[in-house]
Design a protein around this ligand. Structure first.
Ligand SMILES: Nc1ncnc2c1ncn2[C@@H]1O[C@H](COP(=O)(O)OP(=O)(O)OP(=O)(O)O)[C@@H](O)[C@H]1O
Length: 383
């Protein structure tokens, strides 16, 4: 299994994780590593801490986990604080490299972040400073699974294009919940005119329309990259197109009208019939819905293409090649899947971290030994 590198060099500067210090993070007590600039293979048996190491990198870069929303889970059992400190360096041609130290910690269920010892203006600005893209087992169903996973992908990209979009998303969800509770109180009796409902619908409309516009822009950035990536990973004679299927609209006034009109129906539904919580990213193969016509192998290629497109779109928006974190995506590979995965890896121009239980499978010809490092994880210790 090998990673080809026949893609012409893109011009984006690279982002490197030079040093990582992990303390009391899941089963990792104390870990200090100096990764290689290109490929980092994290090998070990099941349950030893490989994913936790990737998760710690993701946490230091974004203040989030890719496997849980409950950050308290990251703290090692019995420890008061979990932390990950990373030194990131951006290298740009002919310019001095830009170095910074990002720290994220979970302390009494609270997340505390610092860049070079200072509080960043917002969590969104922290999360977009050193871009990382993670690809993990739950995302293997990205093309066939529920729309929520595709919305999450769009939201990650939208954050780089419009840092306010995360705030709009949170406020939209809050207002939508409040409207829902109001409508369902008393068996739908509240579906009548009410100043409180008006107020929540105004908020839903304002933040929902802004979120719709942000996702629309994200799809525009993603779609051409996706078509390109799929042509490389799968068959060039098959065209993949992505289209935004909005559940609402980008005009706040129209959104308010739509919500008002749907009050009675929404009072008897599990969720509102209008709004960006119903968004999807439609994927079409030669004009037909991929969900219906794609073979298993094509779905697999589609998922890889979605991740490659996310990486390329972030690189172009943020102006720096993201670090790629691949969690155990090679564990159940057949030869076709292997070829697709390594085509994907060959497209990655940035620093890569990948976990595996089978180190022997990860062969990287063309990558000098100075640019690859192998780590072995056992019982929470990394060597
Ligand atoms: N908060 C925590 N404190 C201590 N140990 C934890 C905590 N959370 C998870 N663990 C344990 O950490 C261990 C390592 O988990 P991790 O998912 O990193 O393993 P892995 O090497 O990626 O395994 P696999 O190959 O099976 O995916 C597991 O045994 C898990 O039960």
């Amino acid at each position: 299994m090998s990673a080809p590198s026949d893609e012409p060099e893109r011009s984006s500067p690279s982002l490197l994780l030079e040093r990582l210090h992990i303390r009391e993070f899941r089963n990792l007590g104390r870990v200090d590593v100096e990764p290689a600039p290109r490929i980092n293979v994290i090998a070990g048996n099941n349950g030893q801490g490989k994913t936790s190491l990737l998760e710690a990198i993701y946490f230091a870069a974004t203040s989030r986990s890719f496997r849980t929303h409950r950050l308290a889970e990251l703290v090692r059992h019995g420890a008061p604080i979990a932390s990950a400190r990373a030194r990131f360096v951006e290298r740009r041609d002919a310019l001095q490299p830009l170095a910074r130290e990002q720290t994220a910690a979970v302390e009494h269920k609270r997340c505390v972040v610092r860049i070079d010892g200072n509080r960043p203006p917002s969590l969104a600005s922290f999360a977009t400073r050193s871009p990382v893209v993670a690809f993990h087992a739950e995302e293997l169903a990205l093309s066939t699974g529920p729309a929520s996973a595709r919305r999450t992908l769009l939201d990650r990209l939208a954050l780089f294009m419009d840092p306010q979009s995360a705030d709009h998303r949170a406020r939209y969800a809050q207002a939508l919940r409040a409207r829902h509770e109001l409508l369902h109180r008393g068996g739908g009796a509240q579906a009548q005119a009410s100043a409180e409902l008006d107020a929540f619908e105004a908020l839903c409309a304002l933040h929902g329309a802004a979120l719709t516009r942000a996702r629309e822009a994200a799809v525009q950035a993603l779609a051409p990259e996706l078509t390109h990536a799929f042509a490389r990973i799968a068959a060039p004679d098959l065209t993949l197109a992505a289209r935004y299927a909005p559940g609402g609209g980008g005009d706040a006034e129209q959104a308010r009208e739509a919500l008002r009109e749907q009050r009675r129906r929404d009072a008897h539904r599990p969720s509102a019939g209008y709004g960006p919580h119903r968004d999807d990213l439609l994927l079409e193969l030669d004009g037909h819905p991929a969900r219906v016509v794609a073979s298993q192998g094509q779905h697999r290629a589609l998922t890889l293409a979605l991740k490659a497109a996310e990486t390329a779109a972030i690189a172009s928006v943020r102006g720096v090649e993201p670090i790629l974190l691949l969690d155990d995506v090679s564990s159940e590979l057949d030869p076709d899947r292997t070829a697709a995965l390594f085509m994907f890896l060959g497209m990655a121009r940035g620093q890569v971290f990948l976990t595996t239980t089978r180190r022997d499978l990860i062969v990287t010809p063309g990558v000098p030994s100075s640019e690859r490092r192998d780590f072995h994880v056992e019982g929470g210790a990394v060597g």
